[in-house]
Design a protein around this ligand. Sequence first.
Ligand code: SF4
Length: 401
Amino acid sequence: MKSIQENGISLYIHIPFCKTKCPYCDFNTYQGIDNLMDPFLDALRVELELWGKVLGHPPVNTVFFGGGTPSYLPEGRLGEVLSTARDAFILDETAEITVEANPGDLDQAACQRMLQQGVNRLSIGTQSFNNDLLTLLGRRHDADTAVTALEAARDAGFTNVNLDFMYGIPRQTMAQWEDTLAKLTDLAPQHVSLYALTLEEGTPLQSWVSQGQLPAPDQDLAADMYHRAEDVLEESGYGHYEISNWSFPGCEARHNLAYWLSKHYLGVGPGAHSCLNGHRFWDMDSPRGYISQVQKWREANPAPLSSITSEALESIPQVGGQEHIDPDTECGEAMFLGLRLLDGMDLAKASARVGRDLETHFGSEIQGLVADGLLEQKGSQLRLTKTAYLIANQVFTKFVG
Ligand code: SF4
């Protein structure tokens, strides 16, 4: 793989605050800790500055503010973080800079501010255009607010907007989904992400279902919803480029593509994951712990790293865990990340990147999956068949032991 300096990195910035916690969500995000915003933003600034220094100020190709709810930060704070990132790294002039936003936070003034700060892509957590389902999901916006948010973003000048939706929600009907898809295609955002609701262990939604207060999601209906969305979005000019993602031509999410193409990425903020030079590591989840440990890193005044090693990562106080990616793991990951892209993966290119012939290494697995009609191969190009999109995880398990 090319070096960090040659290829640049993608930068993920985790903002762990939400105004309210949705009952289905198990992300590392919290409500009721707004008193930590100032010390958190100070720690984030320090972490960005120190990573810039220890990595030798590498180029950054994409920035993604995720969470949590980055749009919930007080006015001006996102701009400060971006300005720190600009000082700490070489931010490519054409970098894609995305902010995840709650529809309730987006009016035209907020969108204009973000544009002025350099944000050029919004990802709006819409989830549904049905108000009953939005209430069930504990969202703090209604369908009209989501439409108004998209209009505000457009009026302010955003030309690259993603809308996120969920399907397979308890009590959701096909008619409701059809209605959401119709509104979505009328609004025609440049990018659409559709996720099947999963019942995450320990969430209120999961306990409501296990106690019988809500029906479990209907998996067959969810599959029908996915297939219906495939048809509707294709008819409306969207390209289906990843299992859960569609876009107009040229509007694919560059930040997420970096993950699927196994490129270098650095994550900052509580629980954020990084993968640099064959090492995966992550910051500790606790926002309070993160704030105090970053302070320790500042006091240690770290020198530039000549290489990323386990020992070097162990000396970074806020790093909560790490793993060295061994060659077998690297091969498996190249397969399951590359195959998420629906054009598939170029086995020759991926083999050159990981330094091993993947077609030989996974010969029997590939042949078996092709025989089962779940993969198709043309020359060096390998991809999922349409039949496999909804059971892709079963395919991927063949490549990871
Ligand atoms: S707004 Fe998003 S990150 Fe926050 S609790 Fe809801 S789903 Fe989770």
